[in-house]
Design a protein around this ligand. Structure first.
Ligand code: NAD
Ligand code: IPM
Ligand code: MN
Length: 361
């Protein structure tokens, strides 16, 4: 099969992890007889520097002409003093909105071989396998107006949702739960926010169509506590944009590193942009220290969700697991007893594992 993939490396470690992911995907293409055509586009600080704006039209065009998109990360100290509408992050928010990618799926898997890397006790995290379904194109991130008033002494950010925006993401939560362990935790702040009270109404309404899914409501502060107290409690979490952002970084510690969390940003017709949960990590950028697995696993999600290439996606996931099981880690996951691999060496290990499996298949 031939597929066109828009590739938006962005800034900092985004560039480093994207290079490796393209190589991994090419190795998959060779092994399974596919062709992936990569079309590069600029976004974030990279686009600000070269095009004067964080999301050039050309980048959107490349995405719209592709079957799926991969995004590395955006942002960095160089662009931090720019006004909000010109910052690199605006490019990321803009592309999510323009492409209608309202459903962000963030799986959190505790690998047995990485239990040592988590700050949480191994018995708490062993076997954890949860999915955070985060609303991605509404809420506080897209409120209008977001501005300073009164000579700069007053600020406004608005949290806005329509019922249909809530309905479509809650449906994604139920669909995911019905294909997994039939448990959905809806996370909100219904004791304070009107938007959360509407969110609860929608969840109750939608629950009628999924009688086999056990539903619970949890306030976001309690959910943050439960996430470290007993993460096995969760199967699927569905929540609004900002809560999902914060909870997913917290959840990354179950895996040991932010560098382990992939994600899929989807709309209903199957088009998706696949992006690691982490950012551009300015503190380690350019040092060959970044863990590329979140980006590589995002590539596997692309194969699964946009291309229906399930064996291919599993081949990547298996190769990653085998590399970790063999005791190879990047420094964010290393336990001191083994020498940490750099980004490039980790990518080579994954590709070697993929090719080995292909040769013996
Ligand atoms: P960050 O996710 O970039 O980094 C947080 C910490 O995690 C850092 O110590 C970093 O070194 C570490 N880390 C992150 N990814 C890693 C990886 N793959 N391997 C090893 N260690 C990793 O968050 P931040 O430092 O708060 O933000 C830096 C910039 O990234 C900001 O401009 C922010 O807006 C942006 N950001 C972008 C995205 C995105 O593009 N999707 C996501 C989050 C943050
Ligand atoms: C993420 C990031 C982004 C978000 C930022 C960079 C706009 O933190 O993808 O989690 O908050 O959505
Ligand atoms: Mn985030």
């Amino acid at each position: 099969m031939k597929r066109k993939v828009a590739v938006l490396p962005g800034d900092g470690i985004g560039k480093e992890v994207m290079e490796g992911t393209m190589k991994v995907l090419s190795a998959v293409a060779d092994r399974f007889g596919h062709t992936f055509e990569f079309h590069k586009g600029r976004i974030g600080g990279d686009a600000i520097d070269q095009d004067g704006m964080p999301l050039p039209d050309e980048t959107l065009r490349i995405c719209k002409e592709s079957d799926a998109a991969l995004l590395g990360a955006v942002g960095g100290p160089k662009w931090e003093s720019l006004p909000g509408h010109l910052r690199p992050e605006r490019g990321l928010l803009g592309i999510r909105k323009e492409l209608g990618l309202f459903a962000n799926l963030r799986p959190v898997t505790a690998f047995d071989s990485l239990l040592h890397a988590s700050p949480l006790k191994p018995d708490r995290i062993k076997g954890v396998d949860m999915l955070i379904v985060r609303e991605l194109t509404g809420g506080l991130y897209f409120g209008t107006p977001s501005e300073r008033r009164n000579g700069g002494d007053e600020v406004v950010d608005t949290l806005h949702y329509t019922r249909s925006e809530i309905e479509r993401i809650v449906e994604q939560g139920f669909e995911a739960a019905s294909k997994r362990r039939q448990k959905l935790t809806s996370v909100d702040k219904a004791n304070v926010l009107e938007s959360s009270r509407m969110w609860r109404e929608v969840v109750e309404e939608k629950a009628k169509a999924y009688p086999d899914v056990e539903v619970e409501h949890m306030l976001v502060d309690a959910a943050a506590m439960k996430m470290v107290q007993n993460p096995s409690h969760f199967d699927v979490i569905v929540t609004e944009n900002l809560f999902g952002d914060i909870l997913s970084d917290e959840a990354s510690m179950i895996t040991g590193s932010l560098g382990m969390l992939p994600s899929a940003s989807l709309r209903s017709d199957g088009f998706g942009m696949y992006e690691p949960v982490h950012g551009s990590a300015p503190d380690i950028a350019g040092k060959n220290l970044a863990n590329p697995l979140a980006m590589i696993l995002s590539g596997a999600m692309m194969l699964k969700y946009s291309f229906e290439m399930h064996d291919e996606a599993e081949a990547i996931e298996k190769a990653v697991k085998e590399v970790l099981d063999a005791g190879y880690y990047t420094s964010d996951l290393a336990n001191g007893s083994t020498k940490a691999l750099g980004t490039d060496a980790m990518i080579k290990k994954v590709i070697y594992q993929l090719e080995e499996a292909g040769a013996t298949a």
